[in-house]
Write a protein that binds this ligand. Structure first.
Ligand SMILES: C[S@@+](CC[C@H](N)C(=O)[O-])C[C@H]1O[C@@H](n2cnc3c(N)ncnc32)[C@H](O)[C@@H]1O
Length: 449
């Protein structure tokens, strides 16, 4: 680990234009992991903790149908003629084509001779963010190298695959090392794949590295939240709750509403660590029961109908309607404990109800009938899965998002549904102890509309 003092020096150079005489943050050794960011004074809920400038930013280009965005301003361009005419294989709008950043990108990519310069290729477009590290100053590069990089066997794949798209991709070991290291740093600290980092469940369409924010450790109930300034892409980090002086700032690397088991797996596999926060250590997730399922201590796990089983559901001949939670946290397939009858069950037994409800909800989502999804959530899902379960939270978020766009085919059913679902989720957020965040603001606005 590079020491907090040197890290701060490099960050101060990077943040020059945002220099604050009396910053509310400092870098210090963390009890959670390595270095962390701490408050230097008392802050109130909503106060700005810090602002950060992306040291690297580029299009995420995750899906082929989003390739017609400008690689500088990220605006979506008309469907045809959005590629640079200079043969660099980058999409750019006519205004940004004249900007220095594009001229630098263009010169670099053109010198590597793209094999198909007129075709938008996601591998090439995704490389912009990484390749921009080549033209950074020494201090900027030092800052990138001072950030943690979880090196796994895959971090070289991206550059290796990109090389196949050019006739003259560099073979110089130093250049390749800069790009590979940047990939690893971005994966450990940046915004990249949708699932890698989420802003309270919202997706990103660019990949970016904010070096000061990269020092913020994870907690499944974070005490800060961030937004972005539209014109500059600067990040603004604010306090979710009142923060005493000397508090370590935390953010979340996972979605807020996934259960303990899924969060544990994601953090282990994608971020290389096991979270030991208070939510992760509590099988009830602070009484929010996001991963809880019904106990249904049952003598019968058969289907409630003979023959073709077309409308069959699991037999509900049960003795117990209590909630079951994982016996211990941090295992992918834990045994489960009923909080009422104390019966223990295997993971496979317990997860049936959740899988069943999940399948039914996905079928309703895919059928595009919002009405049938709402009816299912209001009248049926509760017999398979508790309303606090994340499968239900996700489905309600889908309904809220769709009702927000239009009233679709269900004017009657939707009356009051959006406000009720928003309130249901806000109640769960309160149980988790989540303070202000983008999601809370979104739900409060949608509830009031
Ligand atoms: C974005 S960096 C955070 C800053 C890092 N502590 C440093 O010194 O550079 C992410 C890395 O920090 C560590 N980390 C962050 N939050 C953690 C947590 N809650 N528990 C364990 N390790 C954590 C993990 O190694 C993770 O890959």
């Amino acid at each position: 680990m590079i020491c907090p003092k040197r890290t701060t020096e490099l960050l101060e150079l990077h943040l020059e234009s945002l220099k604050d005489k009396d910053p509310a943050w400092e870098i210090a050794v963390s009890k959670i992991a390595g270095r962390g960011v701490f408050t230097t004074r008392k802050l109130k809920r909503g106060d700005i903790i810090l602002r950060d400038i992306p040291i690297l930013i580029g299009l995420a280009a995750r899906q082929e149908d989003t390739l017609n965005s400008c690689s500088i301003c990220f605006k979506v361009l008309p469907d045809t003629k959005f590629m640079c005419r200079q043969g660099c294989a980058l999409p750019v709008c006519s205004v940004c084509a004249k900007k220095k950043q594009h001229k630098d990108d263009c010169a670099l990519f053109k010198s590597w001779e793209p094999i198909e310069p007129d075709v938008a290729n996601s591998v090439i477009i995704r490389l912009i963010c990484i390749a921009r590290a080549i033209n950074l100053s020494k201090e900027q590069r030092d800052l990138i190298y001072c950030l943690q990089a979880n090196l796994d066997n895959n971090h070289r794949t991206e550059v290796r695959n990109a090389a196949k798209c050019f006739n003259k991709f560099p073979t110089d070991k130093k250049l390749i090392e800069i790009m590979n290291r940047t990939v690893a740093v971005l994966r450990t600290n940046g915004f990249d794949e949708t699932a890698d980092r989420t802003n309270d469940n919202q997706e990103f369409f660019y990949r970016a590295l904010f070096p000061l924010f990269a020092l913020v450790n994870h907690d499944c109930v974070p005490n800060s939240y961030y937004t972005f300034e539209e014109k500059t892409n600067y990040m603004v980090l604010r306090a979710s709750v009142d923060l005493p002086e000397g508090t370590e700032i935390t953010t979340t690397y996972t979605k807020l509403f996934t259960g303990n088991i899924a969060r544990h797996l994601f953090l282990k596999m994608k971020k290389n660590f096991t979270c030991k926060c208070s939510r992760c250590s509590d099988p009830t997730e602070k009484g929010a029961f996001i991963s809880a399922v019904y106990c249904r201590d049952t003598n019968c796990s058969g289907l409630a109908e003979k023959g073709a089983f077309i409308s069959a559901v699991y037999c509900r001949d049960t003795n117990c309607s209590g909630l079951a939670v994982p016996e211990v946290t941090g295992l992918p397939h834990p045994n489960w404990n009923c909080l009422e009858c104390k019966q223990k069950s295997t993971h496979a037994q317990m997860i049936k109800g959740q899988d069943f409800a999940s399948g039914a909800i996905n079928a309703k989502i895919n059928s595009h009938s919002l009405k049938s999804l709402i009816v299912y959530l209001n009248e049926k899902s509760d017999s398979f899965i508790p309303n606090s379960n994340y499968v239900i939270i996700d489905a309600k978020l889908q309904v809220i998002a769709r009702l927000r766009k239009s009233m679709e085919d269900c004017a009657e059913e939707s009356a009051g549904v959006k406000a009720k679902y928003c309130q249901d989720i806000l109640d769960i957020m309160d149980k988790l102890g989540l303070g202000d965040c983008v999601m809370r603001k979104y739900l409060e606005i949608e509830k009031a509309k």
